[in-house]
Write a protein that binds this ligand. Structure first.
Ligand code: ATP
Ligand code: LTN
Length: 326
């Protein structure tokens, strides 16, 4: 059984990119992996978020995990802030990482751009992410393409720590899906679909109703050429629609392109495929939201298990680095 860890920020509604890039892989492998799935609430603090909203979104994200098909009997679901070993380990790793290394992280640059007062937490964020992963001795980390660089940093930090202080950490690998590893914004097909970009028409939320999905797909930006072909560089909008259709129907975007001559027909089929994918999840989600006590209990059970694993790793790392045992 592979030990797996991954996380999603409760900074907004879960969207199709989160599902196709990450969540769907988690669900597909839940019966074979020994998996820990974390709602990374501390990461959500790296950008402005209202306290009541953060609390609400943490519960909604837990409901979203279940609605997407995660089974808490098979995987451990928990909130990052309920496991203090993450931040304790992050400090040890911050004292292993260099400014130069963090300066090269592109997500930090993207999210900080145009923002005068970038939070220090946004800069050190990838180290906390490394701690999330290393605390569980995870060998595999199922994420979307945008996290590849953070995984490389995690591997570098783990390898360096092991080199200096002995074999403490498992060096993890990213598991990135073959199709839809980078779902694009429907309005700006050169940008990834994202929670934190205010792009209501560009993003399809995971539990959206059928009318809204149909409307967004219909308005998706394509090009003026009028030829359906799969070419992500020259035709990003059309290719992104083909990617979505392929992901929703388990097809290949290249092959699917051959079935269409008109953008309108392609859009109709994309909308239909996405609605069939999302409708059952939406129904489950709306049902789960009502039971806050059950969601809190789920996270409490998860935290108990997660603390046992993460504390043991922290103690191993602290001892190796020379902190006096209590
Ligand atoms: P933000 O844009 O605010 O960073 P996000 O939408 O990227 O948020 P995260 O919580 O940071 O969401 O990411 C959770 C998981 O979803 C990660 O594994 C990430 O790689 C994946 N993911 C996010 N956006 C996409 C996307 N557009 N396509 C594929 N995977 C994605
Ligand atoms: N950095 C990720 C979210 C994240 C994560 C993690 C993913 C935080 N900790 C641990 C995998 C494993 C993001 O921005 N998408």
């Amino acid at each position: 059984m592979a030990r797996v860890l991954s996380g999603i920020q409760p900074s907004g509604d879960l969207h199709l990119g989160n599902y196709l890039g990450a969540l769907r892989q988690w669900v597909a492998r839940q019966s074979v992996d020994d998996a820990y799935y974390c709602i990374v609430d501390l990461h959500a603090l790296t950008q402005a978020i209202d306290p009541a909203e953060l609390r609400r979104r943490t519960l909604e994200t837990a409901a979203g995990f279940l609605a997407a098909g995660l089974d808490p009997e098979q995987v451990t679901i928990f909130a990052q802030s309920h496991v203090p070993a993450h931040t304790r380990l992050a400090w040890l790793l911050e004292c292993t990482a260099t400014m130069g290394e963090l300066n090269r992280m592109t997500q930090f640059k993207d999210k900080g751009r145009g923002n005068e007062s970038v939070r220090v937490g946004l800069f050190t964020y990838p180290v906390l992410m490394a701690a999330d992963i290393l605390a569980y001795d995870a060998s595999h980390v199922p994420v979307g393409e945008d996290q590849r660089q953070h995984l490389e940093l995690t591997r570098d930090l783990a390898t360096r720590f092991n080199h200096h202080y002995g074999e403490v950490f498992v060096v993890p690998e990213a598991t990135i899906p073959q199709v839809a590893a980078r779902v694009m914004d429907l309005q700006q097909p050169d940008r990834k679909m994202s929670k934190s970009i205010p792009s209501p028409l560009g993003r399809i939320d995971l539990f959206e109703d059928a009318d809204a999905i149909a409307k967004k797909v219909k308005k998706a930006v394509t090009d003026a050429e009028g030829i359906v072909a799969y070419d992500p560089i020259a035709k990003p909008g059309v290719s992104s629609l083909l990617d979505l259709l392929a992901a929703a129907t388990n097809g290949s975007p290249m092959d699917l392109a051959g079935n269409y001559t008109r953008y309108g027909d392609l859009k109709n089929d994309v909308a239909e495929a996405l609605i069939s994918l999302i409708a059952p999840m939406r129904e489950r989600y709306l049902g789960l939201l009502g039971d806050e006590a059950e969601l809190r209990a789920l996270l409490a059970r998860g935290a108990e298990k997660a603390n046992t694993v993460a504390n043991a790793t922290y103690e191993r790392a602290a001892s190796a680095i020379g902190l006096l045992e209590r």
